[in-house]
Each structure stands twice: as C-alpha cells, then as structure tokens.
Design a protein. Structure first.
Lengths: 112, 114
C-alpha cells in the first residue's frame, strides 16, 4: 500500500510569488491535514479537510489556503510568499477523524 | 504554557534504555501518539495509546500513561544508533469545530552514542 505522497519534495521561490503544494493520501483515507514545521515554532496545524470540506483551520493568515478533491487528494496554496514562510510543509492522512495520521515526507519550501 | 511539553534533548549510550517524557494540559485528550522524525523525513507513527489505557507495549517500545498527572512516556529498550531521531508526542481531543486535530510537542532529540 503506497504511503502519503507529497510533491514536490523541494521548492525554491522568490518573495511575492505564490506556490502550490500537492498531497496524495493513502488510498481509502478521506481526511487530510497540513502542517508547517519550522525550527522556531515546531509543528503548527494549518488546516484539515474531510470529504472535500475544510473542517478546521489553524491560526495562519489568509495567504494560506487549501482544497481537497473528490479523490481525496489535497493541495495547499501560499500566495505573496514571505521569507518567514520557509519551512517543511507536511501532509498527513487518516481514514477518518481521530484515527492515527500517517505523514508524507514533506515539501521543503525555501523563500529567497 | 504550551499544550504539550517535552524536553528538547536526551543522550543515551547504545544498549541502554531511553525514556522520553511528555506532559499535556487537557484532561479530555482522547488519543496520545508518539511519532519519530529522522533527518529530512516526515513523521513516522511509532505507537499510540487511548486515554483509558495505562500502558501499551510493542516490541522494544513501552508507552506509559499517567492520566492523573497528564504524563506520557515512551521507553525504548536496548536503544540502537538507528533510534537517533526527533521524537514527537501528540495528543488529540475534540475541538470546537467538531473534529480531532493533534497538538504536537516541540520534539525530543534522542542522541545515541556508542
């Protein structure tokens, strides 16, 4: 069974640009969550999707958005990139709410 | 203070047992998890315990939960150099939005030396 796949693995963007990250959950998993990991703030929750609906959102500005498709694949978008957006972005999938979450390898975003 | 707290570093000798500790603040936590993160990788789920359990053992891993003190620990028996990684404690509880979102600690860096 394939794990959670995140693409791309690495990304370098310039301030002011926008970026889209992709996450393909484990087959059969309907819940997808996104996290930002930085040395200073640790793991911070961005948002969670279940059956194409955003059910929860963390404390991030509106520049951070996401969506989930009917096949449970999810994308997150960050617009008007800032240097502070440089981080490892992790996606996790689970069968449904409150079941164990399985993480992808992450996308390392560097904003220069 | 933070919802989930862990010490930042732990150094052990190969072959010894490692004990990584975690405290959390919310008594309504339902599941508590331990994740492992190796350099450049995502988080790997190691084990989890439901809040009505006291202990769970899985091969070299033992999880102890003291619900009264809101204290969770992960014991790794016969620690190997391959166990060197960052270990994250996480708890979930029902949030106001009606879903369960894990809250993670900052992670404990386990360093295993020969």
């Amino acid at each position: 069974k394939a794990g959670v796949t995140q693409t791309p693995r690495y990304l370098i963007k310039t301030r002011g640009q926008q970026v889209t990250l992709s996450c393909s959950p484990i087959s059969g998993h309907r819940s997808v969550s996104w996290y930002q990991q930085t040395p200073g703030q640790g793991l911070q929750f961005l948002f969670e999707y279940f059956s194409e609906t955003q059910r929860n959102k963390g404390n991030f500005p509106g520049r951070f958005s996401g969506r989930q498709f009917s096949n449970s694949r999810s994308e997150m978008n960050v617009s008007t990139l800032e240097l502070g957006d440089s981080a490892l972005y992790l996606c996790a999938s689970s069968v449904r709410e409150n079941t164990e979450a399985f993480f992808g390898q992450g996308t390392r975003l560097t904003v220069v | 203070g933070e919802d989930v707290e862990q010490s930042l570093f732990l150094s052990v000798r190969e072959g010894d047992s490692s004990v990584i500790n975690c405290t959390y603040t919310d008594s309504s936590s339902t599941y508590l998890y331990w994740y492992k993160q190796e350099p450049g990788a995502g988080l790997q789920l190691l084990t989890y315990i439901f809040s009505n359990m006291d202990m769970k053992q899985d091969q070299r891993l033992t999880v102890l939960l003291n619900k009264k003190d809101k204290h969770l620990s992960l014991r790794i028996a016969d620690t190997q150099t391959g166990d060197s990684a960052i270990y994250f404690c996480a708890e979930t509880r029902l949030r106001s939005g009606g879903s369960y979102i894990p809250t993670f600690g900052r992670g404990t860096s386990l360093i295993v030396h020969p």
